[in-house]
Design a binder for this molecule. Structure first.
Ligand code: ADE
Length: 252
């Protein structure tokens, strides 16, 4: 996979692209990551990339020309496939694990990051394939959202995570939140690890983990339970939790 980020602050990506899992994925040539400064594609004397909005009003607007030219200057892929061009903005489609999985199937992603300014609408209409938001809050620029997207996509690429299992069982990939994990010591400051995990009884451990995942999801993110495939045992557990909740409400 190839990922190109268009930004006015390419230096923000240096350490992110070098460290940890992304750095290793790059070393293993599982992904090509590049940050491009689109100011280099401004064709005016002062290299300006933004201008005042037509019709007046506050703020500045990113000009279409440097961004179009920066995308067009990217090395074309061997198979001539068109890239998925993502524009980071709070108005975009809400990013989630399903979106990450969808993007991880692409060969080439281009991410466009604005900073403070708005974007000329023609960028949205004629260059971009997807507008993406990482959540209902406003950041000063698209760089941090771009990093979140790149990180979540690259970790899904085959061979990137050492233990393939960890991408499959983590929160959201299963549709449920992850169960609690423990490591040594078995007792820490008087707090013990649940007995079942030390029992060595694999079937019971699996059952406990499933129950914990379900209970945690029911408590924290009940919206995720809708549309889940649930076994009879799963339903019995959720019914019991619901009855207990109602009983404790009546007591109050
Ligand atoms: N730029 C500013 N805020 C953003 C957000 N929430 N998501 C994506 N890009 C943004």
């Amino acid at each position: 996979m190839r990922i190109d980020v268009l930004t006015l602050f390419p230096e923000m990506f240096e350490s992110v692209f070098q460290a940890s899992i992304l750095g290793k994925a790059r070393e293993k040539e599982l992904v090509r990551l590049q940050a491009v400064n689109f100011r280099d594609y401004a064709e005016n004397k002062h290299n300006t990339v933004d201008d005042y909005p037509y019709g007046g009003g506050g703020g500045m607007v990113l000009k279409p020309d440097p961004i179009f030219r920066a995308v067009e200057a990217l090395e074309p892929p061997e198979d001539g496939a068109r890239p998925r061009v993502l524009l980071l903005c709070p108005q975009g489609r809400r990013y989630d694990q399903r979106f990450a999985e969808e993007l991880s199937g692409e060969k080439h992603l281009v991410l466009i990051c604005g900073h403070y300014e708005g974007y000329d609408e023609r960028i949205r209409e004629h260059l971009v394939t997807d507008e993406v938001s990482i959540g209902d809050y406003v950041l000063t620029g698209g760089e941090i959202p771009a990093m979140a997207i790149i990180d979540s996509v690259v970790r899904l690429l085959p061979g990137v995570l050492g233990n393939e299992q960890s991408a499959v069982t983590d929160s959201f990939s299963t549709g449920l939140l992850e169960y609690p994990q423990y490591t040594r010591p078995a007792e820490f400051r008087g707090w013990a690890v649940p007995d079942v995990l030390i029992s060595g009884h694999h079937a019971n451990i699996e059952k406990w983990r499933r129950q914990q995942s379900l209970e945690r999801t029911w408590k924290r993110r009940p919206d995720l339970l809708e549309g889940q495939e649930l076994s009879k045992q799963d339903r019995e557990l959720l019914d019991r939790l619901e009855r207990e909740r109602q009983a404790s409400q009546q007591q109050q």
